[in-house]
Design a protein around this ligand. Structure first.
Ligand SMILES: Cc1ncc(COP(=O)(O)O)c(C=O)c1O
Length: 403
């Protein structure tokens, strides 16, 4: 299903605070922070000419976030970045003077960060990023996981020294529990979703994500005409759309938000015109997108700058993982986890349907940009769904990058 944005705020400018948090200057600040991370390099941008030809499109490029900061997903950009920013802010408050990123490991600042504890709920990837950020600055982290998070994903978080708290229920229940326990203990909640009265920290998390579009635009020969981005609570989609709106204004690319049909909280919010909480149904294979309530901050942005909202079926997500593992022609191999290829699943769904194609103006001149938001963050699940091991594929996936 695909609907055009009908919200009364559609095409209104971003609110000033959102333009400031996610605009060009903010993305440059993120780049400065990233340059202090030892394993930072821009993720590969892959071109898929054979797939584009097969779908009757001009070009398709994928930003491959499986290679992000050693964590295997774009979430590495957000939680850890917010933790570092919050440590520097705490240091400024205590030391009563400006504190630069270069001072992060100074004795004065590490004394302050060692006394801090960061908490969050996660489907897997965000918690890993917060835990990594806390470990980098010598702080503690407590990560809240619901029953649907796989053991492999929990182990990957614990590897960064996090204390794990299991919560009964869904992702949304774990968000509420993380907020409650952190509040009780005086810990800082670094959530990737926002709620009334809690926007600044999710805004910092989303600010970290702006690096994706900034890096992609640096390498693309021409700006995209269409961008498809998948959504859980809407954070990455909103960060990407807001950054593109800041860069291109009214001439920005057509922006499509893609939800799993089984957890379509942004789609249903768009359809209803106001934030909705969905009932928990059958789980989706796109485990990282299994969110039933949108981030209010993300929705405020998407209601203005997203052009269309769509849903994709689980089968299409699995088809995408397999297509990327066994590509057409000379297209590169890309290793995508279950949620990583949802944007491409949206493109496949729309490109094959004449009504959807027309609704968003997809044709043989279209230049489409997508984000593979994760690699095989759960390798056993990947082998089950693709029949190959990520390790075999990664060694073959010689990076065919856009120079
Ligand atoms: C791999 C992956 N893709 C997409 C998303 C969706 O991001 P958001 O919840 O910011 O919409 C997530 C969220 O955890 C994710 O882990």
């Amino acid at each position: 299903m695909l609907i055009r944005n009908q919200h009364p705020d559609y095409r209104k400018p971003l609110e000033a605070v959102d333009a400031e948090t996610l605009g060009i200057a903010a993305a440059e600040a993120v780049e400065r922070f990233l340059s202090h991370r030892p394993n930072h390099r821009p993720t590969p941008l892959r071109s898929l000419p054979a797939l584009a030809h097969g779908l009757g499109l001009g070009t398709i490029h994928l930003k491959d976030e499986g290679y992000r900061l050693g964590l295997g997903s774009f979430k590495a950009l957000g939680g850890a970045y917010a933790v570092i920013r919050l440590v520097l802010e705490a240091a400024e408050k205590e030391l009563k003077r400006p504190v630069e990123i270069a001072e992060l490991y100074s004795p004065e600042v590490t004394r302050i960060s060692a006394a801090m504890t960061f908490g969050c709920a996660t489907d897997g990837n965000h918690g890993r990023s917060v835990a990594q950020g806390a470990q980098l600055v010598g702080a503690k982290s407590v990560i809240f996981v619901h029953g649907g998070v796989s053991d492999a994903r929990i182990a990957a978080i614990a590897r960064y020294g996090a204390e794990i708290t299991r919560v009964a229920g869904t992702y949304d229940d774990s968000v509420a529990e993380a907020a409650r326990v952190c509040d009780q203990n005086g810990w800082t909640v670094v959530s990737d979703t926002s709620w009334p009265g809690y926007e600044r920290i999710p805004g910092l998390v989303m600010q970290g994500y702006t690096a994706i579009m900034r890096e992609a635009l640096e390498k693309l020969p021409l700006p995209p005409t269409h961008v498809f981005v998948q959504s859980g609570v809407g954070g990455i989609a909103a960060a990407a759309a807001a950054y593109l709106a800041s860069r291109f204004g009214a001439a920005r690319p057509t922006f499509v938000v893609v939800d799993p049909a089984r957890a379509a909280c942004i789609f249903e919010t768009a359809r209803t015109g106001r934030p909705v909480k969905l009932h928990h149904g059958e789980p989706t294979v796109m485990a990282m997108l299994e969110c039933y309530e949108p981030s209010l901050l993300a929705w405020r942005i998407l209601s203005r700058v997203a052009d269309a909202f769509m849903t994709v079926e689980d089968e299409t997500a699995v088809e995408v993982m397999n297509r990327l593992a066994r590509p057409l022609g000379h297209d590169p191999v890309v290793v995508s986890g279950e949620s990583g290829g949802a944007g491409l699943a949206g493109l496949l769904t729309a490109a094959r349907d004449p009504g959807m194609r027309a609704a968003i103006g997809l044709d043989d001149k279209s230049r489409v940009l997508l984000v593979v938001t994760e690699g095989a963050t759960d390798p056993d699940r990947y082998r089950e769904l693709v029949g190959l091991t990520p390790a075999d594929l990664m060694s073959n996936a010689a990076s065919i990058e856009v120079k």
